[in-house]
Each structure stands twice: as C-alpha cells, then as structure tokens.
Design a protein around this ligand. Structure first.
Ligand code: ADP
Ligand code: MG
Length: 235
C-alpha cells in the first residue's frame, strides 16, 4: 500500500512520496559488482529485498538515507552491501561506523559484514561491552574498514589512554541501526561524543523497523545549504 502523498493539511509531503522501487531488480542492476554478488551467492542470497532495492543505489550515490522496514526484511545488507561495494572500489581504514543498541545486535551485524566482506578482502571489527578493553583497543589499531559497535564501549575506548586521538577521522559513512532505539535519551550523550569525532561531511544513514517521531523529525528537517535531503524509503 502506498503511503499518502499529502499530509493532513493537504500540503505535498516530500518525506514519504518516494516512488516504489521495481520488483525485478537484481544486485547487479543496483550497482553491485561481481565480488559482492559472488559472496552473496555463497550465502544463497540471489535477489534483493524491497528495502535493499531502494537503499543500495541511494547509498552508493553517497546520499543520506532513512530506511524503514519491518524486522527480518534485510535491513543489514541494505546498508552493508553499499558500504562494502564502495570500500572494494576505494579501500581505507575505518571508513564506516555502524552503531547499534546491544551487543547481540552488534555481533549479528558484524556476522553479515564478515560473510560478504571477508571474501572481498574487507575487514570488520566489533567493539562491544563485556569484552577485554585491551583486545578491543588492539582491534581499533588494526584499522578495520568497518567498525560495528555499541556506543557506550566505543566511547570508553576512544576516551582511554590506550587509543590515539582521531581514530574516526576517516569515517565517511555512519549507520544507526535500530535508529528508533538509538535516538532516545539513553544514547544521546554517547552519540553526541561520537558525532564530534566523525567528519561533518559524512554520509549518515538510519535504519529502523519503526518510524518514531524523532526519525520523522529528522526526515522532515530541511537539509543544510548545499546538502541534498535524505533519501527516505519506508516499505
Ligand atoms: P532486519 O531487517 O530485521 O535487520 P536482517 O538484515 O537481519 O533483518 O535480515 C534477516 C535475514 O534475512 C538474515 O539472515 C539475512 O541473511 C537474510 N537476508 C537478507 N537479505 C536477503 C536477501 N536479499 N535474500 C534472502 N535472504 C536475505
Ligand atoms: Mg536489523
């Protein structure tokens, strides 16, 4: 079912009037290259889901993205694939930071990044609470292409003496997974600290099962001068 094209006041909404994506897309037609497609094939993943069809081209084009789709709809690969594809073309250390609310979710995300990224020669490290601080500091020192983290532990680590300043200065893509949960007061101080460490020119992508008021507000906010509004897609 298509979302309404106008809000209650009859004003055209620019937020959820994104055209529906084609149902017959392939990973190739979305702009992925053979190494990624082959890694997907080994996982028996052959065709993109709707959210993937919508967000992969937008993220490859460098746009900010807000993606809403229910649990189990493939949101992880919807952001992991464009991140890995861009890195395969131009690999450098800690280029993508993916934040998620819990340790379990961080492991699940990292698993998918590794399953597709490792055969492509791209590295992922997971930074979560409950693990040895020194080992995690060493993981950051290895300058993985992608860091998947819970905000609390990553802040602790960046503030600790064992880690040099500016570790996140090359991040060009920031993803907030479970964005509705991330954009609550619980994580606000940690996110504020992390956002300071990342270049302002970054691509920012939010993925969520539920579009909360906080996310709606972000989607509607006019973009700063010279910046395109986010690509917003809700399945
Ligand atoms: P969520 O939208 O809840 O974040 P996930 O990204 O964790 O969902 O995906 C759920 C499952 O679907 C994962 O096991 C993943 O490997 C699988 N999956 C993702 N994309 C596809 C696809 N295009 N075809 C088949 N399975 C897929
Ligand atoms: Mg998810």
């Amino acid at each position: 079912k298509l979302p309404p094209k106008a809000d209650a006041k009859g004003k055209a909404s620019t937020v959820f009037d994104t055209p529906r994506v084609a149902a017959n897309a392939t990973f190739e037609s979305l702009g992925l290259s053979q190494p990624a497609i082959q890694a997907l094939a080994t996982l028996s993943i052959k065709a993109p889901t709707e959210i993937q069809t919508a967000t992969i081209p937008a993220m490859l084009a460098g746009r900010d993205v807000i993606g809403g789709a229910k649990t189990g709809s493939g949101k992880t690969l919807a952001f992991a694939l464009p991140i890995l594809e861009r890195l395969a073309r131009d690999p450098f250390g800690i280029a993508a930071l993916v934040l998620t609310p819990t340790r379990e979710l961080a492991y699940q995300l990292a698993e998918q990044f590794l399953a597709v990224g490792k055969p492509m020669g791209l590295t992922t490290e997971t930074i979560v609470g409950g693990m040895d601080m020194l080992a995690q500091a060493q993981a950051l020192e290895r300058r993985p292409h992608i860091v998947v983290a819970t905000p609390g532990r990553l802040c602790d680590l960046l503030r600790s003496d064992g880690v040099e300043q500016g570790k996140l200065r090359r991040v060009r893509t920031l993803v907030l997974d479970e964005a509705d949960r991330m954009l609550t007061p619980t994580f606000a101080p940690e996110l504020a600290y992390l956002f300071e460490q990342i270049p302002k020119s970054r691509q920012t992508c939010l993925f969520t099962a539920t579009i909360s008021d906080a996310i709606m507000d972000l989607a509607k906010r006019p973009p700063p001068p010279g910046k395109q509004a986010p690509f917003v897609y809700r399945v």
